[in-house]
Design a protein around this ligand. Structure first.
Ligand code: GLU
Length: 593
């Protein structure tokens, strides 16, 4: 994730790159760095904001008309000056920036360490850079050839850009699975993760495709595939304004992030869900599996949307792993006197990893001998550092205030953790385990299918914008999703909304139901389907308006509800990831109107 900017041409590269990195700041990042060539190769790197980098460079010589710059969102190795990009090759000649994850870096690193390489950082891109350097040395090949050979062995996603002190009139770039735009000027080229750093210099751009290598000189751009065949660059004219580019053409970051979910869920599964070997691998969990699987009970502490992910995890872990689970609001837990025994395990869930209540809650539990397992999005954050074990959600920076893609990534990670524990404890049959792996694997595609229904969801949302209240109901695995749907609506549209277990309606809230009240049911096919059909009847009997998230082809509910939002069929354990998507869009469109 995050940002890259590079320049080659007749201008001073440093101001162009620095300004470009500032343009990319909206994407979120934890450190920044620039490499310039002016006879020799110079690197400037700093943890924190681009302005920190700028200040640290003040007074230094920053000449050169070729350079690369990066804002990092750490995935491997904490945010620090040392781990910031660009990285330098061991012979000092090459510098490289990278966005994405090199999944097989650990294996490559071992091979390189055996050959005598010593690493300066904890990151995956440094491994790729040394690997390229090693091929160059061993085969006597050009940098371009070495890059091609290396990329054929790389598993993962990347945009990389390389500069070579010995060949300062050429930049090399490559992409797979992360974005790269090249702006074409007169005798100059601009590279960036999106067009926002480029748009003020030129409107002519080329979007590099997956598995392409770009060889860029001031006045020449050559694209090749990994088979060394030339490709014809497809030059487009940019017609978007800066603000629109930053939001990827979407009106708001929230909408952009909702639509990123097929990719973020894919990123979250990447390198973990191993369909070839029919298993899940997460080193942070495996290393501590003895402690985890023998935990007497699990306490989940979280706030807000993360608490809803925690509630879902309670249902899933109890079902699959047969370990008792309690879910706590961190803000309550920290101020009361909870009973914690050594051997209890705490799962702390937080997007930022900096949620103050959650931090204090886990510090308290840690003092009393609990094992802490962190599920956070931001690498190296306080909760990640306080945890004994954990797994990152890899959803990329979340800019929108209402959490969307971080929530579905949390659900995905927590389901994978539950499956790992269940397999280790023998509380899941081989058949069910394999079935759920397949269901996880199909998630990105099914989420894409839901997003294709955006126009329908928008139409439904617009029918209810005038509502002053709304109820969200679900049972079983769909109950936490009902809570999350209500929270999204409150946050985004300021409409008063409540989430309830559907069967609780009859114990009071049903008195509120009247003709003007929209009642949103999360009613996909699962073990409690028949029961929720009865709950829908109860609402219809009181003339409430029913909007139902249903499994495609569910004619029973379709015949009863006022509006339906169909989603693809899946197992009830992974269904929450899919079922939450229409509710995010519903909240968004009820809010923006
Ligand atoms: N995986 C790389 C790292 O942790 C790149 C992360 C990014 O895309 O910024 O350094």
């Amino acid at each position: 994730m995050c940002g890259i900017v590079a320049y080659i041409g007749h201008r001073q590269a440093y101001p162009v790159i620095l300004k470009g990195l500032k343009r990319l700041e909206y994407r979120g990042y934890d450190s920044a760095g620039i490499a310039l060539i002016n006879h020799s190769l110079k690197l400037y790197k700093k943890r924190g904001k681009v302005v920190n980098l700028e200040e640290s460079v003040l007074g230094q010589q920053v000449d050169g008309s070729v350079g690369i710059g990066h804002t990092r969102w750490a995935t491997h190795g904490e945010p620090s000056d040392r781990n910031a990009h660009p990285h330098r090759s061991s012979n000092g000649k090459l510098a490289m920036i990278h966005n994405g994850i090199i999944e097989n870096y650990a294996l490559l690193k071992q091979e390189l360490i055996k050959k005598g390489y010593r690493f300066q950082s904890d990151t995956d891109p440094e491994v790729l850079l040394y690997f390229i350097e090693d091929i160059q040395k061993k085969n006597g090949s050009s940098l371009e050839e070495a890059l091609r050979i290396a990329l054929k062995r790389v598993v993962g996603a990347y945009v990389i850009v390389l500069v070579d002190e010995d060949n300062p009139d050429t930049l090399l770039a490559a992409r797979k699975g992360s974005p790269l735009v090249i702006g074409i000027g007169k005798g100059e080229h601009f590279l960036a993760s999106d067009a926002s750093p480029i748009v003020e210099y030129t409107r002519e751009v080329v979007y590099v495709n997956d598995y392409e290598i770009a060889i860029i000189k001031p006045d020449e751009l050559v694209l090749k595939n990994l088979g060394n065949e030339r490709q014809t660059p497809y030059i487009q004219q940019l017609d978007l304004e800066l603000a629109a580019i930053e939001k990827g053409g979407y009106d708001h970051f929230m909408l952009k992030e909702i639509f990123e979910q097929p990719q973020t869920i894919h990123d979250c599964l990447r390198g973990r869900l191993d369909m070839a070997n029919k298993m899940i691998t997460m080193p942070g969990i495996e290393k501590n599996m003895e402690l985890i699987k023998n935990a007497n009970r699990i306490l989940i502490v979280a706030c807000g949307t993360s608490w809803h992910a925690g509630l879902e995890a309670e249902y899933i872990i109890e079902e699959l792993c047969r370990i008792p689970v309690e879910v706590e609001y961190a803000s309550e837990f920290r101020y009361r006197n909870p009973v914690i025994h050594p051997g209890d395990m705490i799962i702390a869930i937080s997007q930022s990893g900096e949620t103050a209540d959650t931090i204090v809650a886990i510090e308290k539990a840690k003092e009393q001998g609990a094992i802490i397992l962190g599920v956070v999005n931001v690498v190296g954050s306080s909760i990640a550092r306080l945890s004994h074990a954990g797994a990152y959600t890899h959803a990329g920076p979340e800019i929108g205030v209402a959490s969307t893609k971080a929530f579905t990534a949390q659900l995905t990670v927590l389901t994978m953790i539950a499956l790992m524990i269940a397999k280790e404890k023998g509380t899941i049959s081989g058949e069910r385990y394999l079935h759920l792996l397949n269901q996880l694997n199909e998630l990105p595609e099914k989420v894409s299918k839901v997003l294709e229904n955006v126009d329908l969801i928008k139409q439904v949302a617009l029918r209810y914008v005038g509502a002053s209240d709304a109820l969200f109901l679900g049972r079983g695995y769909n109950f936490p999703i009902a809570l999350e749907g209500a929270l999204k609506l409150k946050e985004i549209s300021y409409i008063h909304a409540e989430g309830y277990p559907a069967a609780e309606m009859k114990h009071g809230p049903i008195a509120l139901v009247e003709e003007t009240l929209p009642v949103v049911f999360v009613a996909t096919k699962d073990a409690s389907h028949e029961k929720i059909v009865s709950n829908i009847q109860e609402i219809k009997a009181r003339k409430g308006k029913v909007i139902a998230v249903i499994t495609e082809g569910d004619h029973i509910i379709q015949g009863m509800a006022d509006d339906v939002l169909p989603v693809p069929e899946t197992d009830e354990i992974v269904a929450p990831v899919i079922n939450t998507i229409p509710l995010q869009l519903l909240a968004y469109y009820m809010g923006v109107d």
